[in-house]
Ligand binder design. Structure first.
Ligand SMILES: Cc1cc2nc3c(=O)[nH]c(=O)nc-3n(C[C@H](O)[C@H](O)[C@H](O)COP(=O)(O)O)c2cc1C
Length: 417
């Protein structure tokens, strides 16, 4: 349906060519300082027409805060966010009155509802993600102020072009019985996840923070565009500073909720967390994240982080990182042999303005969905903690059953990598 979240509940509305798109957020904590600009920054990173790598549809995507905020502070009541659709050209879609676009949502929407929006993919259009990005920006502001949480996504591949350190070359797996394979991610990529900033990401029009790779990606996207074709890619996202304890096993494990959020974004086809599919090539002896004492406080940290910050569906206090795969966009203007709605074979050459590659614009959408997941889980875990805090301390159970209260003494010569 159109609502996401349990305690921080976001409902998006709007179609590609209707009057406006937006969201209602229910459950935002009161007292959060909030200005339209907090939301606009992310909407402007998502908007079309940012460069020659994206669709030329020219939308400013200016947000209008409708409710739930007064004197720059949230009231705890539903927040309404509205963005007008301005640069609409429904005529661009006259061919697709006859033809369902191959691999788009025209046919399945019609099969499901028996009626569909007249143009532009309706609700399946990426215009819908405006509501998510606006709501995510508000969640992010809370997470930053309350926990210092940072969320940064970036483009990690376009077509066959990967950031150099993201994937181990196949030559590093010489034969079936050789377990001395490289780690799932290179040390450089692991370091990048710890440090990468939005400024570094936005310094490249592709939003790939590796300048040399970005240049190659630009050429690849422009080649697709010139051929009236399209190309896919991946977005990697890291969430830094999330506390341990987020995620609701068993059906709402944190990775499951993140996967749900990410795979709800249009054009997504894949999700992997931590070492992901590459981790399956590494033996457990090398893949396990050994525990060490957490620096500067109680509790445990891990020496490595192949788990991607989640174990047993619960965050462990390490960085949470994951990768999302986006397909090559369906609407291409080169002629395609296909069939009309009534089954008559024919050739569709779609018109209209389309993204040759969605990943540069998908970056803030991935960040927003990550923020919505973490925000919701934070509120759920805080509700549990608040309920527990009203009870007397547990003294009747064996110590092995209860979380130790005092940190153990620091061991000599211990180092965290
Ligand atoms: C930022 C963004 C921009 C997109 N732009 C286009 C586009 O210009 N043309 C297109 O056919 N699909 C585009 N899509 C993808 C479609 O919305 C999506 O493929 C379609 O709704 C079918 O859904 P599915 O791919 O999830 O199955 C875009 C997706 C995102 C996230």
């Amino acid at each position: 349906m159109s609502t996401f979240g349990t305690l921080f509940r976001v409902t998006t509305y709007g179609e590609s060519h209707c009057a406006s798109v937006g969201a209602i957020i229910d459950g935002c904590p009161p007292g959060l300082p909030l200005a339209a600009q907090d939301v606009q920054v992310q909407l402007s990173r998502r908007r079309p027409g940012q460069s020659n790598l994206t669709t030329p549809r020219d939308e400013k995507d200016l947000v209008h805060l409708q409710s739930g905020i007064e004197h720059g502070v949230t009231l705890g009541t539903p927040i309404g966010l509205l963005v007008r659709n301005e640069d609409q050209r429904p005529k661009d879609y006259s061919e697709t009155d006859l033809y369902p676009r191959p691999s788009h949502a025209d046919w399945t929407y019609l099969e499901k509802y028996g009626v569909k929006a007249s143009s532009g993919g309706g609700r399946s259009s990426a215009r819908e993600t405006i509501g998510r990005v606006a709501a995510g920006a508000i969640a992010e502001k809370y997470l930053k102020l309350a926990y210092g949480i940072e969320i940064v996504a970036f483009v990690s591949s376009v077509g066959k072009i990967d950031m150099p350190s993201a994937v181990s070359p196949p030559s590093q797996v010489p034969d079936d019985d050789d377990d001395t394979v490289e780690d799932a991610l290179s040390p450089e990529f692991v370091e990048l996840l710890k440090t990468v900033t939005r400024e570094q990401v936005d310094a490249q029009p592709t939003r790939c923070p590796h300048a040399e790779t970005s240049e190659r990606m630009i050429k690849r996207i422009l080649r697709a565009k010139e051929a009236n074709d399209s190309i896919g890619g991946t977005v990697t996202c890291v969430i830094r500073g999330a506390p341990a304890g987020l995620g609701e096993p068993v059906f709402d494990k944190l990775e499951a909720t993140l996967a749900h959020a990410m795979l709800s974004i249009p054009a997504t086809k894949a999700f992997e967390i931590g070492s992901g599919f590459r981790g399956t090539r590494v033996p457990g002896s090398r893949h396990n994240d050994a525990f060490v004492r957490r620096e500067g406080g109680g509790g445990l940290a891990t020496r490595t982080n192949w788990s991607g910050g989640v174990q047993g569906g619960i965050s462990n206090g390490e960085d949470i990182y994951f990768r999302v795969g986006f397909k090559s966009p369906a609407t291409i203007t080169q002629p395609q042999e296909t069939a009309q709605y009534d089954g008559t074979p024919g050739t569709l050459a779609a018109r209209g303005r389309h993204d040759p590659c969605v990943v540069p614009r998908a970056v803030p959408i991935v960040e927003a969905m990550a923020a919505l997941v973490i925000m919701d889980q934070v509120l759920i875990q805080n509700a549990r903690r608040a309920a527990v805090s009203l009870l007397p301390p547990i003294t009747t159970l064996p110590p092995t059953m209860v979380k130790p209260t005092a940190p153990a003494a620091k061991a000599e010569g211990e180092e965290k990598h």
